[in-house]
Design a protein around this ligand. Structure first.
Ligand code: N01
Length: 537
């Protein structure tokens, strides 16, 4: 189906059982499960097609940092067997093709109104129903609302002075033009060196006349060592599949990491194992030893190891030094996974500008002016990230019981029971919300667990003839405190990361994902106890 197929449609005005907001991996599976349950459901999606994050993030080099075979739904073994990934780490077009394949194969598209942004959701406490209003004039009444709005779906560009005066083209990695961008013969500036910058810079540099990277904070990056997937890889995958399923469906959602005790090993053994994991590549580097994200000494060794790799790769010593991260323990900002990132700085057409030494003063019609120089540019790429985990939810005007304002409820930071539901906002569920493992886990596994839990809950309510479920304030507070306590035992709060909300000026600093163990079991226990911690009516 072509993008924009719902353009010009008539507004939807109907009573329905459930609304699902978002048609990324979370929304697609939620739609499928609700329809299977016999629930009438309407999806809304701001994009012109399915795919969510993979629909929007089309920048050059965009690729998953979870191996493709594990970045696949597990709920249909036939689907899993039919789809053949071509590479260890799939590139964005292939992942988007997979999302489209799922939508077609399970006939999910007719359930979704595309090009439609949900503006508001208002709870009618007499009828126990939500009123959903969209920017296309839809007005839908639904018993349940599921927010499958994504964790990294609200791109953010910093308000640098003069940005609107720039005469060249500007792009954001999180909202990349569908037709692609040809940088041949152009002088390109890239602001930002998180995962998006680190993935896109080598590809842009291979095309552009010159790339100037404006780096404020260096990040740790591990090589992907991406390879094509062979028949043998697929065979091996299926051999270990039952064990993998047992792990992800186990009590902890795969948390626990590698138990290898770094402190019981010699420095040579520790180094040897870091080297092995570096050779394999990918974010799994952090699991080389237990304790990398909890013990600062182990962490320092891992960080030193990566800094040595940077020094060994980047020929210019000043550039190498500027690329070494020192401001946060490794892993406490999302570790980046790259292809040729550090080596790209050996290219004659790439310049690194260290904004810690020479900050940006303004963007001018010609380019970027720092305290030391002006860099003339034809194009400027913002790889400056997202208002993570809360941005998409807070963009919707949500009013709960007694007119409770969702934005006010989260004014001091997000508060959700199990990351799934919010006190004061009945019959509203969040997929991979703050307070759940979410972005610290394999998102596909977490999405499946939430979708299945929500489906079970809605099924239970229908069976019992219940019209309202709402998180209990005390249960929510206890969970939020637990999430914070667990995070405080790790090194994560030491970083000014988007996990902490630190990339958005004024955003409350709260460690948003849940990093404890036993999450899946906890959710199952809550359900088994008749939805303990919820009030049902
Ligand atoms: O965003 P980021 P991202 N002047 O927030 C810089 C996922 N993801 O899009 O750290 C100059 O990490 C900012 O600098 P600083 C993944 O979970 C996954 O790269 O604030 N610079 C930083 O360098 C990831 O973590 C993949 O000092 C400014 C950068 O912009 C998450 O998405 C691929 C600035 C933003 O980095 C977000 O990644 C891509 C300013 N005023 C993304 N403001 C996969 O591999 C901000 N910056 C699956």
């Amino acid at each position: 189906m072509a993008d924009g197929a719902t353009a010009g449609r008539t507004p939807i005005r109907r009573e329905i059982d459930a609304v699902v907001v978002g048609a990324g991996f979370g929304g697609l599976y939620m739609l499928h499960k609700l329809r299977e349950l016999g629930v009438s459901v309407q999806g809304f999606e701001a994009g012109s097609n399915v795919g969510g994050t993979w629909y929007w993030n089309r920048y050059p080099g965009a690729r998953c940092d979870v191996p493709s075979l594990f970045y696949s739904y597990t709920w249909s073994e036939e689907l899993q067997k039919d789809w053949r990934w071509s590479e260890k780490y799939a590139a964005q077009p292939e992942i988007l093709a997979y999302a489209n394949h799922v939508a077609d194969r399970f006939d999910l598209r007719p359930l979704v109104a595309f090009d439609t942004r949900v503006l508001s959701a208002t709870f009618d406490e007499v009828a126990d129903r939500w009123h959903i209003v969209t920017d296309r004039g839809d007005d839908v009444s639904a018993r349940w609302v599921v927010m499958a709005t994504g964790c990294l779906s609200t791109p953010r560009a910093p308000p640098i002075s003069g940005v609107e005066s720039f005469a060249g083209a500007t792009y954001h990695t999180g909202a990349w033009p569908h037709e692609g961008v040809d940088f041949s013969g152009r002088r390109v500036g890239v602001i930002g060196t998180g995962s998006s910058g680190i993935q896109s810079i080598p590809v842009i540099a291979s095309q552009a006349e010159h790339v100037t990277v404006f780096q404020r904070t260096p990040n740790f990056s591990v090589p992907a060592n991406n390879t094509p997937l062979t028949d043998k890889d697929i065979e091996d995958f299926w051999k270990m599949y039952p064990g993998y399923i047992a792990m992800v469906k186990g009590p902890g959602m795969g948390f626990g990491g590698n138990a290898a005790n770094a402190l019981a090993a010699t420095p040579e053994e520790r180094r040897q194992r870091f080297e092995e994991f570096w050779g394999v590549g990918g974010a799994g580097f952090l699991a080389a030893w237990g304790g990398v994200v909890t013990d600062i000494d182990v962490n320092n060794e891992a960080a030193d190891f990566v800094r040595e790799k940077i020094a060994a790769t980047v020929k210019d010593p000043e550039t190498a030094e500027a690329l070494k991260p020192y401001d946060h323990p490794i892993g406490t900002k999302r570790i980046c996974v790259d292809t040729d990132y550090y080596a790209t700085y050996n290219r004659p057409n790439v310049t690194l500008v260290n904004l810690r030494k020479t900050p940006i003063e303004a963007i001018t019609p010609e380019g970027v002016r720092t305290s030391a120089a002006t860099y003339p540019l034809d194009a400027l790429v913002f790889a400056t990230g997202f208002d993570a985990m809360t941005g998409a939810l807070l963009a919707i005007d949500i009013k709960g019981v007694g007119g409770a304002d969702f934005r006010e409820a989260w004014a001091e930071g997000p508060k959700a029971y199990l990351g799934l539901a919010v006190a004061g906002f009945p019959n509203l569920f969040i997929i991979t919300g703050p307070g759940s493992p979410s972005v610290l886990s394999n998102m596909i596994n977490s999405i499946e667990q939430h979708v299945e839990w929500i489906t079970g809950c809605i099924g239970y309510m229908r069976e019992k003839g219940l019209t309202r479920i709402v998180a209990d304030q005390a249960a929510q507070e206890a969970w939020v405190a637990h999430v914070a306590r667990v995070a405080a035992k790790t090194l994560f709060p030491r970083a000014a990361s988007w996990y902490m909300g630190a990339n958005i000026p004024g955003k409350p600093r709260v460690f948003m994902p849940y990093i404890g163990s036993g999450y899946r079991q906890k959710c199952a226990d809550v359900a088994a106890a008749g939805y303990e911690g919820f009030e049902l009516a």
